[in-house]
Write a protein that binds this ligand. Structure first.
Ligand SMILES: [Fe+2]
Length: 270
């Protein structure tokens, strides 16, 4: 236990020494846990051929397992498990025909609003994914959710949603925690979320600077504080996968891999 806690706070030498050259083996991540690969259901892959091409590229980086997480957002993407599951099964059939073996899981990226509160009243119908925490072996069932970008969440509703998730046996996982502009100046909310047991994730593209300096600085701050336990591609299109590839030379990722704190390798192990 002591080692585990120590590991969480050991992000250090490589990340701070910008001159050090690293060559990360991305296959050590094993899993990507955030992507939009089900064709034609959101702003991700528009068709089956694109999905196959994107999955091939992710495979080429070394990923063995992919959790694909279509948006569920009442106004914009009114997806339901009934809509998504058959499309996901079609995807699995095509992948099995056209690509080397890879494990696929269907999750979702739930938008935080009052509708999510309703959905949480039937936890068995939620799209979640399993993970075994490499630090302590605990079995987790995870649910990915996101906030609006333009406006901070209603913190009362957020607290209720986190409570409902956790009392339903689910581990809340916040998508791309460093991309929300309102957290760039006030990072204390990220700390509070971490302390409440929310798993914070960072997109590869954020670490590469694709969303600007403030997002990148916030990501690095959260990582250095030991709040981030997953690196995700959030693949909608090839440039998100190119960002993951860039992390081959990232000292920050080298430190995270070495620390053993990343949850990516534990996906699908329950
Ligand atoms: Fe996403």
């Amino acid at each position: 236990m002591f080692t585990a806690i120590k590991n969480l706070f050991r992000f250090s030498k490589k990340a701070k020494n910008k001159n050090i050259q690293v060559s990360n083996d991305l296959s050590l991540l094993i899993s990507d846990v955030h992507s939009h690969l089900v064709p034609g259901v959101d702003d991700g892959s528009p068709d089956m051929d694109t999905s196959i091409a994107l999955i091939r590229r992710l495979q080429n980086l070394g990923f063995k397992k992919l959790v694909t997480t279509p948006h569920i957002m009442v106004d914009l993407y009114p997806n339901t498990p009934e809509i998504l599951k058959p499309r996901f099964e079609e995807l699995k059939v095509e992948v099995a025909k056209r690509l080397p073996p890879i494990e696929l899981f269907l999750g979702a990226e739930y938008f935080l609003d009052l509708d999510l509160l309703d959905l949480l009243s039937k936890p068995d119908e939620l799209l979640t994914f399993p993970c075994t925490d490499p630090l302590n072996g605990s079995k987790l069932e995870m649910i990915l959710f996101e906030f609006a970008f333009h406006l901070p969440p209603n913190y009362d509703i957020l607290a209720e949603i986190i409570f409902k998730m956790q009392t339903s046996g689910l581990t809340p996982v916040l998508a791309h925690c460093a991309r929300y502009p309102y957290f760039h100046k006030d990072r204390s909310e990220l700390k509070k979320l971490h302390e409440k047991g929310v798993i914070l994730t960072i997109n590869a593209a954020t670490l590469c600077g694709s969303y600007g300096d403030l997002a990148k600085e916030t990501a690095l701050y959260a990582i250095e504080n030991g709040w981030v336990r997953m690196i995700c591609s959030d693949t909608h299109a090839p440039h998100h996968i190119a960002a993951v590839k860039e992390l081959e030379s990232s000292p920050v990722l080298a430190d995270m891999i070495e620390s053993g704190t990343l949850l990516n390798p534990g996906i699908g192990l329950n």
